[in-house]
Design a protein around this ligand. Sequence first.
Ligand SMILES: [Zn+2]
Length: 227
Amino acid sequence: MLSMEMFKFGETKLGLPIHAYRFNPPAGGKNKAHVLVIGGVHGDEPEGVVASRCLLEIFREKYDLDLQLTLVPEFNPEGVLLKTRGNSNKVDLNRNLPTKDWSPVAATVRYQPGPSPLSENENKALVQWLEANSVQLIISLHSWKPMLNTNGDIPEAAVIAKLTGYVIEPDIGYPTPGSLGTYAGFEKKIPTLTYEIERDISFDQIIKTQVPAIIAGLKETARLRNK
Ligand SMILES: [Zn+2]
């Protein structure tokens, strides 16, 4: 029997639901690590959505990881449909979280932080969910130059790096106020991996290399973080 539960993670300003899928280990989830995997934070980065949707299809058929997993394949459904970085308000959700260093000034035109921290529905849902759930690891799937950006202690990154050849980078070299890495990784002490899949790699490569690497990383989480 499958142990998957679909639920509504939140809702966008225009009323689109943000769907989430919760998977429980075959032997039950008690005392098991809980991982949040999200894709589609930036709607113009389809690679992370593809990887997330592949994980969903694979796990819907068979989920045998010894951990609890919550998967949000399209965190920014408006941006995914519009193929834009931001949501329909043109806000970059990865600059809008209520970090201590949040700033109303956009570093460049791409990085619109919104009118105030946590102004956007998607992030309100995320913060509320994180407050209600004890999570040991967050993996956020983006695309850019190939990189595993770690905020916090994430030994899983070494497993993923070995399978992908990607570099592990604790510091991407510029401040990211309002980002999930800063909010969850640094401030809330929830280790957060911002997984930058190489932009424009083929669909085949995502399925053959990136998806197995993510699953291997999750297996390492079960090995390391279960009580
Ligand atoms: Zn991104």
